[in-house]
Design a protein around this ligand. Structure first.
Ligand code: AP5
Length: 218
């Protein structure tokens, strides 16, 4: 299965991508995470993209497409993948289709996370993650079971993203609203879109996603 997750920042794409990746045993590829790694590693690309990411603007299509392509052709994607955060505009959707055509692959399903802006702002302001394994938590909704200790790897070090501040979140929402409808239209015409109510509890959303994917497998 080759799956795309679309949705507002904070709508829960990363949270569900982790669960689905374990369930289907396919990798989840977050372009945001790949780009943050470039910044963390202080690569040439990292230096170029940092300013844009800090203010919540999209990184240039060419840069993101090249980074994604380098991953999609790797062996670990050969049984399928979940794309979390790509495509972000119509050009990226078209380029993705072309890129996949070249390697004889098709997108099977596009999950569209429907959320409400006020809720997602609170979610993002409450988000923190494990510095070691990137597990995602939330001060308001989903804290670690043992205070200060990652449920998944036991690490005691946590981080908050630099772009998770109210000013940048509002810009990320605006950037999303400018282009997402065109992507939804693009995939709707191909009959690939399934919308999920991203305001529900995490396990309920996961069940909804799984059943839409099982429909495809049956
Ligand atoms: P990216 O890293 O993709 O961020 P995003 O799209 O803004 O999405 P988020 O990661 O903020 O949210 P999410 O939907 O994954 O929510 P999560 O599961 O963490 O992109 C960052 C930047 O990179 C962009 O601004 C851009 O600059 C650049 N970029 C990335 N891709 C690009 C591309 N293709 N082209 C150009 N530039 C690109 O959940 C959020 C919080 O809510 C967590 O704390 C979680 O615990 C909690 N939560 C999740 N689900 C629920 C629930 N159901 N109920 C209650 N709490 C919940």
């Amino acid at each position: 299965m080759n799956i795309v997750f679309l949705g507002l920042p904070g709508s829960g794409k990363g949270t569900q991508a982790y669960l689905l990746s374990n369930e289907l045993n396919i990798p989840s590829i977050s372009t945001g995470e790949l780009l943050r790694n470039e910044i963390k590693n202080k690569s040439d690309i990292g230096l170029v993209i940092k300013r844009k990411m800090d203010i919540g603007e999209l990184v240039d299509d060419e840069i993101v497409i090249n980074i994604l392509k380098a991953n999609l052709i790797k062996d670990y994607c050969k049984n399928g993948f979940i794309l979390d955060g790509f495509p972000r505009n119509l050009n990226q959707a078209i380029k993705l289709e072309k890129m996949l055509d070249e390697i004889n692959i098709k997108i099977d399903k596009v999950i569209n996370f429907i959320a409400d802006e006020d809720v997602i702002i609170k979610r993002i302001l409450g988000r923190y993650s494990c510095k070691n394994c990137n597990a995602i938590y939330n001060t308001f909704y989903n804290n670690t079971k043992i205070d200060g200790e990652c449920d998944r790897c036991g690490s005691k070090e946590f981080d908050r993203r630099l772009d998770d501040n109210e000013k940048t979140i509002r810009n990320r929402i605006e950037v999303f609203n400018q282009s997402n409808f065109k992507i939804v239209e693009f995939y709707s015409k191909k009959n690939l879109i399934v919308s999920v109510d991203a305001l529900k509890l995490v396990p309920l959303i996961f069940e909804e996603i799984k059943s839409s994917i099982n429909n495809n497998l049956n």
